[in-house]
Design a protein around this ligand. Structure first.
Ligand code: ADP
Ligand code: ADP
Ligand code: ZN
Length: 213
């Protein structure tokens, strides 16, 4: 089963993906996580991507398409995968369709998590992420047991550089201008499922699994 998780920054794609991994046994492929890992390693690709990420702009298509193409052919993707944060614009979606046709694969479900903008800003500025395991928290909505420390692995929690109010505003604009057109794109393919992303995380998980079966 191949799934795309669509939705604005802060909608809960990463949060739900972590839960879906356990239920369906398929990996999460987050282009944002892959770019941050490249940056942490200091690779040329990571340093190039940082220029765009710091502004809240999209990294060039060729970069992310290359990453995804390589990743989906790895062994752990044989039974399927969840794409989180990719595709981000129509050109990426078209490249993905082409790539999957060549590989004899297809997308089965596009789950679009919908949350109003005013709630997204608070979710993003309060988000904390584990440096070691990538686990997600929120200072108010999902706090760790001990401040600054990951419940799962004891790693240090940090605030992403792009989760400040100014960059968040740009990211939300980029979403509505460049990513939102994908809703139409996948609706036309008959794959789109809209999920109300407001409510507690468990309820939203149930709404998603009701679609995926
Ligand atoms: P969020 O989950 O908050 O939406 P991501 O981790 O997906 O954030 O993305 C962070 C940043 O990484 C984006 O603002 C963008 O600069 C870059 N990025 C991630 N995925 C893509 C992509 N598919 N295409 C272009 N840029 C991307
Ligand atoms: P995305 O991957 O779509 O950018 P995340 O899953 O990282 O979003 O969630 C963004 C922030 O909002 C995180 O701090 C997370 O703990 C919090 N969050 C996720 N789902 C909910 C929810 N249903 N209600 C309140 N906060 C949430
Ligand atoms: Zn951790």
């Amino acid at each position: 089963m191949n799934i795309i998780l669509l939705g604005p920054p802060g909608a809960g794609k990463g949060t739900q993906a972590k839960r879906l991994i356990d239920k369906y046994g398929i990996p999460q492929i987050s282009t944002g996580d892959m770019l941050r890992a490249a940056l942490k390693e200091g690779t040329p690709l990571g340093l190039e991507a940082k220029k765009y990420m710091d502004k809240g702009a999209l990294v060039p298509d060729t970069v992310v398409i290359g990453l995804v193409k390589e990743r989906i052919q790895q062994k752990d993707c044989a039974k399927g995968y969840m794409l989180d944060g990719f595709p981000r614009n129509v050109s990426q979606a078209e490249s993905l369709d082409k790539m999957l046709t060549e590989l004899g694969q297809k997308i089965d479900y596009v789950v679009c998590i919908e949350v109003p903008n005013d709630e997204l800003v608070g979710r993003l500025t309060g988000r904390r992420t584990c440096r070691s395991c990538g686990g997600g928290y929120h200072v108010m909505f999902d706090p760790p047991k001990k401040e600054g420390v990951c419940d799962k692995c004891g790693g240090e929690l940090y605030q992403r550089d792009d989760d400040n109010e100014t960059t968040v505003k740009s990211r939300l604009e980029v979403y509505s201008n460049q990513t939102e057109p994908l809703i139409d794109y996948y609706e036309k393919q008959g794959k789109l499922h809209r999920i109300n992303g407001v409510g507690d995380m468990g309820t939203i998980f149930d709404r998603i699994t009701a679609v995926l079966g």
